[in-house]
Write a protein that binds this ligand. Structure first.
Ligand code: HAM
Length: 420
């Protein structure tokens, strides 16, 4: 029996996994530098949290959730997204009872039963932030900037930022009346009409050409913004411009989740074909209250790590990011193995990277492995080295060797890293 991973999941193994790690860490760096703190969340939650928080008109809730009954008969769902779980945790632990905004990040696997294709997986990896408890437009701009800085830090250049505003409740109310009246006159099938009944904006996101051509002439929310919303959106644009972050306004953007209000945004990469959204997010007035919290606004984003990696590969900016060891130790014989293990333990404790040749390889084979590891130095430990207490520290690139006493090996390595 040969087992395979379940259909449509992404998984990362060496050497590509080092690229995954690189991309994730680069996306995380600006977030940590802006004071966001880790929220480590469960990958499953009560189903109702998602139906209520994400919205029943969305594909995510109506078609894509991995929902099952647990052994206690409770309905459980593998998280399809991170925002509502993060807010549930913020509310449950009272994080929003201290200084606001609460600023958290989270990272890990998410699950959507979508039709798998390049860049679209049933288990995918995403990194998200949420800033809850302030409606300052500067926060919107900062959140967008953090995603931008992350993508830029990876080295990505062929991406664009689309933004729009879904306005406040007044803006959406005025727009909804006109939009429903417009939709009413269209010739639509019953399921589409039902979706429009829950959230008419969803129709702007319908990929069927017959629907999208009808929707091209529909009233646009951006033309209905209240004075407050319009002012807020203008400020966000002003701050982005002040930071030198290029963006386009896309009034037809519809995010796949129902909780968005106000500023919403998406990052789109040029080289990824159909699954080109590498990240997106926005504000969510009302979501905290909807799932049992205070009536405070928040904003956040989710960045697709799988897609950011594909984008980096497409732009050819990902060399191997495997961390090569500083030293590769080759023990010859049982006695030397003991010494090599002890030395490697000391060297790692000092924060340096070291690998030890395993499996009693002959010197030639062990040297091949050392070469493959990318180690900067190698050191052979045989009986004569143990007797004399001296080893040859060989620099792999130049082939130059220096004689070092065993007891001074660690200090020598430390000095060499300082010099670099
Ligand atoms: P989202 O746009 O649904 O937003 O997902 C975030 C990112 O995850 C997407 O931009 C995309 O790169 C990636 N992604 C989504 N689905 C898949 C998939 N099936 N396979 C591979 N990658 C995928 C959210 O989830 C919101 N919670 C973001 C947010 C946070 N909004 C406010 N706060």
């Amino acid at each position: 029996m040969k087992y395979q991973s379940p259909k449509g999941v992404s998984e990362y193994f060496p050497p590509r996994s080092s690229g995954f790690e690189f991309v994730r860490d680069k996306l995380l760096a600006p977030i940590k530098n802006a004071g966001y703190q880790l929220l480590e969340l469960p990958v499953f939650e009560d189903t109702e949290l998602f139906t209520r928080g994400v919205g029943e008109s969305t594909d995510v809730v109506s078609k894509e959730m991995y929902t099952f009954e647990d052994r206690g008969g409770r309905s459980i769902t593998l998280r399809p997204e991170g925002t509502v779980g993060a807010l549930r945790s913020i509310i449950e632990h009272g994080l929003d009872r201290s200084a606001l905004p609460v600023k958290v990040f989270y990272c890990g696997p998410f699950f959507r039963a979508e039709r798998p294709q390049a860049g679209r997986y049933r288990q995918f990896y995403s990194l998200g932030i949420e800033a809850v408890g302030s409606d300052d437009p500067a926060l919107d701009a900062e959140v967008i900037a953090l995603a931008y800085e992350g993508f830029y830090g990876i080295g990505l250049r062929k991406f664009r930022l689309d933004i729009t505003s879904l306005g406040d409740a007044d803006s959406r109310k005025a727009h909804r009346v006109d939009l429903l009246a417009y939709i009413e006159k269209l010739n639509l099938d019953d399921p589409t009409r039902a979706r429009a009944g829950i959230n008419p904006l969803r129709l702007f996101d319908d990929k069927r050409p017959e629907v999208s051509s009808l929707m091209a002439k529909a009233p646009r929310l951006l033309d209905y913004l209240s004075e407050d919303s319009s002012e807020h959106f203008k400020k966000v644009q002003g701050y982005l411009s002040a930071m030198g972050i290029p963006f386009s306004i896309n009034p037809l953007m519809v995010r796949g989740l129902d909780y968005y209000t106000g500023t919403t945004f998406e990052f789109v990469h040029e080289d990824l074909g159909a699954q080109s959204g590498i990240g997106g997010g926005g504000r969510y007035d009302g979501l905290m209250e909807n799932i049992g919290g205070q009536n405070i606004s928040g904003i956040g984003f989710g960045l697709g790590i799988d897609r950011a990696l594909l984008a980096a590969e497409a732009e050819g900016i990902l060399e191997s990011h495997h961390v090569s060891p500083l030293l590769y130790l080759i023990p010859l014989g049982e006695k030397a193995k003991n010494v090599a293990l002890k030395l490697s333990h000391q060297i790692r404790n000092a924060g340096l990277a070291v690998e030890v040749s395993m499996g009693d390889k002959a010197l030639k084979n062990a040297m091949k492995s050392a070469d493959k590891s990318g180690a900067i130095y190698t050191c052979v430990l045989g009986d004569s080295e143990l007797e004399s207490g001296n080893v040859e520290l060989k620099e792999m690139i130049s082939g130059n060797a220096t004689s070092v006493t065993l007891s001074a090996l660690l200090t020598t390595l430390q000095l060499k890293t300082v010099k670099k």
